[in-house]
Design a protein around this ligand. Structure first.
Ligand code: PHE
Ligand code: FE
Length: 297
């Protein structure tokens, strides 16, 4: 359960660029504006595209009870009708009223700085194309289903919404401090693969989990995975895999805790993490740390 570090362990690539570019990114960047956003080309979706969305949505919705956090379950209906790919503008209208966020179309993965700038302005980039039918269970790059279903519901939660904006601003600062690799791990282990402890038990809030049929039950219930309490410095030293289920998840108590733990200036945090890495190394996925409390499932 502790795969040796290989080329699929992401050592330095930000969450918005996934992997080291062995395949050219999908998406037609010619359509994008200078800030990388683009018009959602609704007319281009085929009946098969809408059907893929409908089937993905139905499968995931059925799995949410007992696995997804309450805030997510409460907000998922804000995406609108589940039988076809929704218009981004209609969701934005509701979202602006709820938390001041908007969603904007993008042709695919975008560069780090463009991504951070959008988040800092409370604009969440959503890929506008959908996976092919043969990619139903697994798609390497985020598509419209991952971005909408996974990420958008929690933008309706005021505290999580503030965290996402702070992350964007923090990203711009991390670029100046050359600390994007450390900050990318925070995104990965919270926004994408975070778990939250509730009185009813562990629940998922990360988009990578919530948009994955296999990883949702794995993350919350599988005894093959480890779950440890959120610890910023430990997390920033932790490598992750991008091609298989996570073997370690970090658990928060509340979105308020997450917001407060990440609010202080990270300048000294980055320095301390670098010192710890120089002294004790990076932490492999699934590694056991002495004295670390694990959440039981
Ligand atoms: N507090 C961080 C900093 O000073 C910014 C940040 C906030 C980063 C929230 C991530 C999430 O750099
Ligand atoms: Fe994502």
């Amino acid at each position: 359960m502790n795969p040796a570090a290989g080329k699929s362990v992401n050592r330095g690539v930000a969450p918005v660029t996934y992997g080291q570019g062995e395949r050219p990114p999908r998406g037609d960047y010619g359509r994008a504006r200078a800030d990388y956003t683009c018009e959602q080309d609704i007319g281009r979706y085929t009946a098969a595209d809408h059907d893929t969305y409908r089937r993905l949505y139905a499968r995931q919705l059925a799995q949410l009870p007992g696995l997804a956090c309450d805030e997510f379950v409460a907000a998922v209906q804000q995406l609108g009708a589940p039988h076809r790919i929704p218009a981004f503008d209609a969701i934005s209208e509701r979202l602006v009223r709820a938390t001041g966020w908007q969603i904007v179309g993008v042709p695919g993965l975008i560069p780090e700085e463009a991504f951070f700038s959008l988040l800092a302005a409370r604009r969440f980039p959503v890929t506008d194309w959908i996976r092919r039918p043969e990619e139903f269970d697994y798609v390497v790059e985020p598509d419209v289903f991952h971005d909408l279903f996974g990420h958008v519901p929690l933008l309706f939660d005021p505290t999580f919404a503030d965290y996402m904006q702070a992350y964007g601003a923090g990203g711009l600062k991390a670029s100046r401090l050359e600390a994007c690799e450390l900050l990318a791990r925070l995104y990965w282990y919270t926004v994408e693969f975070g778990l939250i402890a509730t009185p009813q038990g562990l629940r998922a809030y990360g988009a990578g989990i919530l948009s994955s049929a296999g990883e949702l039950p794995h993350s919350v219930r599988s005894t093959a995975a480890r779950r440890v309490a959120f610890d910023l410095q430990r997390l920033m030293r932790s490598l992750y895999r991008i091609d298989t289920f996570q073997s370690t998840y970090f658990v928060i108590d509340s979105f308020q805790q997450l917001f407060e733990a990440t609010a202080p200036d990270f300048t000294p945090v980055y320095r301390e993490v670098r010192e710890a890495v120089a002294r004790d190394g990076l932490i492999e996925p699934g590694a056991v740390r002495p004295g670390e409390r694990e959440f039981s499932v």
